[in-house]
Design a protein around this ligand. Sequence first.
Ligand SMILES: Nc1ncnc2c1ncn2[C@@H]1O[C@H](COP(=O)(O)OP(=O)(O)OP(=O)(O)O)[C@@H](O)[C@H]1O
Ligand SMILES: Nc1ncnc2c1ncn2[C@@H]1O[C@H](COP(=O)(O)OP(=O)(O)OP(=O)(O)O)[C@@H](O)[C@H]1O
Ligand SMILES: [Mg+2]
Ligand SMILES: [Mg+2]
Lengths: 256, 256
Amino acid sequence: SSRVIAIANQKGGVGKTTTAVNLAASLAAAERRTLVIDVDPQANATSGLGHPVRDVARSVYDWLLERAAFDEVALGTELQTLRLVPSTPALAGAEIELVEVGARESRLRTVLASVRDRFDYVLVDCPPSLGLLTLNALVAADSVMVPLQCEYYALEGLSHLVETIERVRDRLNPALRVEGVLLTMFDGRNSLAREVADEVRGHFAGRVFETVIPRNVRLSEAPSHGRPILLYDVQSKGCKGYLELAKELMTGNGAA
Amino acid sequence: SSRVIAIANQKGGVGKTTTAVNLAASLAAAERRTLVIDVDPQANATSGLGHPVRDVARSVYDWLLERAAFDEVALGTELQTLRLVPSTPALAGAEIELVEVGARESRLRTVLASVRDRFDYVLVDCPPSLGLLTLNALVAADSVMVPLQCEYYALEGLSHLVETIERVRDRLNPALRVEGVLLTMFDGRNSLAREVADEVRGHFAGRVFETVIPRNVRLSEAPSHGRPILLYDVQSKGCKGYLELAKELMTGNGAA
Ligand SMILES: Nc1ncnc2c1ncn2[C@@H]1O[C@H](COP(=O)(O)OP(=O)(O)OP(=O)(O)O)[C@@H](O)[C@H]1O
Ligand SMILES: Nc1ncnc2c1ncn2[C@@H]1O[C@H](COP(=O)(O)OP(=O)(O)OP(=O)(O)O)[C@@H](O)[C@H]1O
Ligand SMILES: [Mg+2]
Ligand SMILES: [Mg+2]
């Protein structure tokens, strides 16, 4: 059966989209049937997987409000076993539109229920906030993966994210667990990064992935070609990092 | 008379908070009376200026909803002429609470009107979204400064931000103009960064600051000491960058 994983962190620029796109591509390369759902109005995962935002006709917005079915919205990618539910900037309007709808936090869980079993992994890329779009992802998910840049401001926000996850577990999604914290953009020469990494491993013992994603400029170049790193530069350190992460996730060595 | 500048970009992690805190400190060091208003529920500008989030009793949330006066909310900092209106994570609730209030986009402009003339510069640090909190900043502001990391995803979001600024100008704040785009975390050895910088200067001719903020690890270390770079490492490249930016802003050489 399928595993739905929300990629979430309200801190901006920590590598959520880069993780959603490249972990999904690595899982697809290992022949797991994989779906990326982009619930960020920035629609970076959408363009990162080769679909320019201006070309997107129907999006996750239509699917959430049941104006379109999954098969009318889902797109293919360059990888056979990887599909995408795209986003658009118009999704920002959903935050306000959803406030007035009943059971507003579980729209995604509802529409995903009938299609999730077509996939082994469903990764949901979240915006940098704890608003209704991220809440929908947390309610629909089995677990949460938290990309974390090893910097002070990112560390500061972690406890607030964990509280939010616990509140969602208590009230809306009892099965929700933390898949793990993923250290991203890591530069071992930087003492602050090492200090933050040590602190996170202390606080979240057993819930931090072994795999650490290094800072690697090739990861930031790949999106301008609309391709995951696997299809842009398979030899790069960034690519090796996400292949390793996929392996760790598939073998269940992931964080508790 | 005072200048109110919103520091905004819905792309996460581009240096909004780092710019708000360090530009403000540089202006204060030049004896300009300066106020930072933190409207991001992450409250990074608040802790970056030495006020741990758990110590904040009253915040911008109370001021916006007129439950507290400016003088009950504003805090001092280590710099004589720099004050702060702090944020708290509870502010995330304001996005939903403000939806139901009349004239919800102009709450900040209303409460700021009676105090803005006590300051030469008011900088508003925005969250990574185009929701009601950022809209409040855009309606209250005279101009918008847009920190931009020289990366592909950040560039992609720029046109959407400019559209939003133009919509706010047409409907809610006719005087709003773009103070300028500020290139941040710039590493000249990186060809993608140079390409993005060239593209931005092409698109926004005359509206890009001369000053470019280099990537400098000291800027990411300073917040863990709750101090702006000026009080953490005045010799650093990052500090020189923000002092230069303050000078460019004060002499009016800023972008059109
Ligand atoms: N390991 C890495 N090495 C180098 N650059 C990276 C790495 N991971 C991500 N980046 C780049 O850093 C920037 C931020 O990453 P990304 O956009 O994935 O973060 P995000 O958390 O999704 O941001 P947002 O909060 O805006 O959604 C992007 O320009 C991306 O290309
Ligand atoms: N010029 C720089 N050189 C090195 N590190 C920097 C620089 N500017 C900012 N940083 C670091 O990069 C990270 C992102 O910066 P910052 O938090 O200021 O961005 P932001 O746009 O405010 O993020 P958010 O979207 O979450 O509000 C922080 O950890 C910060 O310390
Ligand atoms: Mg993203
Ligand atoms: Mg910030």
